[in-house]
Design a protein around this ligand. Sequence first.
Ligand code: NAD
Ligand code: MG
Length: 394
Amino acid sequence: MQKKQQLCILGATGSIGVSTLDVVARHPERYGIFALTAHSQVKKLAEQCQQFSPRVVVVGSAAAADELAGLLKQKQLAHIQIMHGPEALCAVAAASECDSVMAAIVGAAGLPASLAAAKAGKKVLLANKEALVMSGQLFIDAIHASGSALLPIDSEHNAIFQCLPRNYDRHPERHGIYKILLTASGGPFLHRDVATLTDVTPEQAVAHPNWVMGRKISVDSATMMNKGLEVIEAHWLFATPADQIDVVIHPQSVIHSMVSYTDGSVMAQLGNPDMRTPIAYGLAYPERIDSGVAPLDLLKVASLHFEAPNLERFPCLRLAYEALRTGQSAPTILNASNEVAVQAFLDKRIGFRMINQIIERSLNKMRVTETPDLESILASDAEARAIAEAMIPS
Ligand code: NAD
Ligand code: MG
């Protein structure tokens, strides 16, 4: 019998974490859980411990660790080791007992642990796109230096990965690649009168038409910063320049992305919009396993629609392309100011239209610098957060 793959799930209580555990539960003979991590949802984590018996769990604070210890004792699970804090996240991601790491913490908070997994040679299933946007070259270099495998979980990048040749070596010209076509649903405000966007509420912004996701990525989808981050993510994953990455609005979210080749062929990956498909692909690669996702019924889909993105409606997409072209610390500044602005919008401290304004002003205010290591990336991130925060009315 094949040895079980031991998994560490960073961000187990989030939308991606829960979907990952759903796939894992369908294949107990293939996967074991070495570690689960959560920031503050201690009760949910305790329930996951009962179902999946991890060896170690990590939470955000000492107080959360104490609360979890009480819950695990009640459940006769006191043997599970409890750790807390950012260093513990890095420790479990790099632990020798772990084979594969699902990087599904949201935002910059996920970078150190995702990078630790890459450096330690783990198979990295990457959902945490912000980590790659911030650290681009450093992350890819770490993957190559350790010889680990990087499997994109973001549905678009997973689709592209599936549409590229198996021997793809990060040289688009050697494989006849004309363009990468990233599809985007356009989010909940695709056809809303632009003049009324100033008034939208967080509840309206997080109500995505096709996907159920965490709150931050849902707001990013409404501004299309999500697609902007994905353009940068695609650049690092597939080594394609900005000019070879096009965004195509496709409101049905049935085609998850495409690769257009120089001979006129376009390869696409289709499926129902459910993250368990890319997660299962990443977990079992190069094999395929049941993900629990219903087969796609094309007759029910009936028609597929495409349109070009309007950069006046979605200035965040323009800002992301600009940051990618500028390079160096620009994508880190873009990401950090976006995280601050999105949180302020969710907290009802600023309106929806202020999000892109805060990002643009932060990019204009900060000098772009080289960021060759984690320390300089985190320093740029912290500086951009302070600058963006100062623009938010108290
Ligand atoms: P979520 O908000 O549902 O979950 C986030 C997880 O991260 C939770 O487990 C939370 O405990 C943990 N977390 C939050 N802040 C933390 C911190 N400071 N330190 C440690 N852990 C922390 O988010 P999600 O929708 O699951 O998204 C996770 C990542 O996957 C994001 O980077 C997102 O862009 C990406 N992604 C998500 C989807 C999706 O469908 N949800 C699709 C593609 C990519
Ligand atoms: Mg995506």
